[in-house]
Design a protein. Structure first.
Length: 64
C-alpha cells in the first residue's frame, strides 16, 4: 500500500467550514495532478488542512 499526503495551511482565524474545504481541496489536488502516477496497488490519499493547532484530514483510496 502507498500513502500520499498533501498539506495545506489556513489562516489562524479560518472557519471550520474553510478548514474542511481546504482539506478537500488538498485531496482534489492529489487527484488532479495525479500524484499516484506510476504506482501499482492500493493508494491511500490524505488531504490535510492545518489551522494553528487544529488539523482536519480528508481521505480516499484508489486501487491501481
Amino acid at each position: 500500500m502507498h500513502i500520499i499526503m498533501e498539506f495545506k495551511k489556513t489562516r489562524s482565524n479560518a472557519s471550520d467550514d474553510t478548514l474542511r474545504k481546504t482539506s478537500e481541496n488538498a485531496l482534489e489536488q492529489i487527484r488532479d495532478r495525479k500524484y499516484f502516477h506510476g504506482l501499482k496497488g492500493d493508494v491511500l490519499m490524505h488531504g490535510i488542512a492545518v489551522r494553528g493547532k487544529d488539523v482536519l484530514v480528508s481521505s480516499d483510496t484508489v486501487s491501481l
